[in-house]
Design a binder for this molecule. Structure first.
Ligand SMILES: Nc1ncnc2c1ncn2[C@@H]1O[C@H](COP(=O)(O)OP(=O)(O)OP(=O)(O)O)[C@@H](O)[C@H]1O
Length: 315
């Protein structure tokens, strides 16, 4: 388990992370979501003792990172996939890391196998594609067989096959009971990968909840109704102060309403319904609605969001 407690980081007058408090539990993938510059990488660096908090702390299974006896066996991380020494082979690199951390040499072949790099293990890591580098980074994170794993933007720049592989891999690690914390600004990807979300904007916590709850709470809620008596139903709903739009002669969309409410209203007036469907917002809708004021680069986010195609939380 990871706990952030009053976590704050200032760089001069810039507050990168502002009094963050959240918990990341084992057995599921938790997405760490926020627009560009929200403070995700800074938070992850503080979790790994790579940056010192200005205030607050991070506890990893109850301990500060510096108190961990075997850091690599407790928490593994993929922060930057291109950190590798270009002239070393993947195998040599992992062997060196294993040796310097008291990890048995046989674990190197195990992790190479887990990420599917056995065949290229003797090639220089500098010639690896981004996807191969990400796999090597993941192998490094897994070297100490840690219970806690942090991945910072692991799918950035990957092709669909690579993205799919990483998604399944992270879900598999969580299913083994590990704590998996993964940052991303790719909303649709998080909707597919993470069961739980920690959402931040401008360094502050916006939400911690399940992905489904996030969408339910923040996304546009409405009801779609099809009826041969749509005009009459529109009048009745409007008279009750509801916001009703007619999208076709027999179709209405009623904002901020529940299906029960509309079904009962129709029944009271003996209006025949052909369809009554709850409409849920997408993760993008929820994200934009909730982080609207917290976005440093509004246009970037909107452009990114409109390029994404998610309809609700598909699993
Ligand atoms: N070393 C630093 N010195 C000064 N400011 C910094 C430093 N590191 C980060 N920042 C600032 O802190 C804020 C948070 O940055 P951070 O990289 O943590 O965000 P992020 O959510 O990971 O963003 P992205 O998704 O773009 O990687 C940004 O405004 C950034 O410019």
């Amino acid at each position: 388990m990871i706990e952030a407690i009053g976590l704050t980081k200032r760089y001069g007058s810039k507050v990168a992370v502002n009094n963050l408090a959240f918990t990341v539990k084992p057995g599921r993938v938790t997405g760490f979501l926020g627009p560009n510059g929200a403070g995700k990488s800074t938070t992850m660096r503080m979790m790994l003792g790579l940056d010192r908090p200005t205030a607050g702390e991070v506890r990893i299974d109850g301990k500060l990172y510096r108190e961990l006896k075997h850091p690599l066996r407790t928490v593994g991380a993929l922060l930057d996939a291109k950190w590798v020494h270009p002239n070393r082979s993947a195998r040599t690199l992992l062997q060196w890391m294993a040796k310097s951390n008291g990890i048995p040499a046989k674990r190197v072949d195990e992790v190479l196998g887990m990420v599917g790099l056995e065949e290229v293990a003797r090639r220089k890591a500098g010639g690896f594609s981004l996807g191969m580098s990400q796999r090597l980074g993941i192998a490094t994170a897994l070297l100490g067989d840690p219970k806690i794993l942090l991945f910072d933007e692991p799918v950035n720049g990957l092709d669909p096959e690579g993205i799919h592989w990483i998604r399944r891999f992270m879900q598999g690690l969580a299913a083994e009971g590990r704590t998996v914390f993964v940052s991303s600004h790719l909303l649709s990807e998080m909707a597919l990968t993470a069961e739980e979300l920690v959402v931040i904007g401008r360094g502050q916590l916006i939400a911690q909840c399940s992905t489904q709850q996030f969408v339910d709470n923040a996304g546009t809620q409405g009801v779609l109704v099809r009826s041969p008596e749509a005009a009459q139903l529109q009048q009745l709903a409007s008279a009750q102060g509801m916001s009703v739009r007619s999208t076709a002669p027999d179709t209405l969309v009623i904002d901020d309403a529940a299906t029960e409410q509309i079904g009962e209203l129709a029944a009271q007036h003996q209006i025949v319904l052909h369809e009554l469907t709850a409409q849920r917002g997408s993760l993008e809708d929820a994200f934009i609605q909730m982080t609207g004021d917290a976005v440093e680069y509004q246009t970037d986010l909107r452009a990114a969001s409109s390029a994404l195609t998610t309809s609700g939380v598909a699993r």
